[in-house]
Write a protein that binds this ligand. Structure first.
Ligand code: ZN
Length: 80
């Protein structure tokens, strides 16, 4: 079951932090690289992430990195 509150929280965090992260994000094939203290990899096709939050909660509660990757990918497509 999807916990809407948990999803909304991660989405809001992603939106809040997106401007800081966006210039640092890069892409390698299907993998979006999100660097911070640790580097996380989001698979933009499968919508998976290598972070602890995703490992614990899985695809029903996408982590903030996944939301940021989708934002980044979409804004990138508009530029091209
Ligand atoms: Zn993550």
């Amino acid at each position: 079951m999807i916990d809407k509150k948990a999803v909304r929280k991660r989405m809001n965090t992603a939106l809040d932090k997106y401007a800081d992260y966006a210039p640092l994000i890069s892409k390698k094939g299907d993998l979006v690289r999100i660097p911070k203290q640790e580097t996380y990899w989001v698979n933009i096709q499968k919508l998976t992430c290598t972070c602890e939050d995703f490992r614990r909660h899985g695809a029903n509660t996408p982590c903030k990195h996944i939301f940021m990757s989708v934002l980044w990918q979409n804004s990138k497509n508009h530029d091209e």
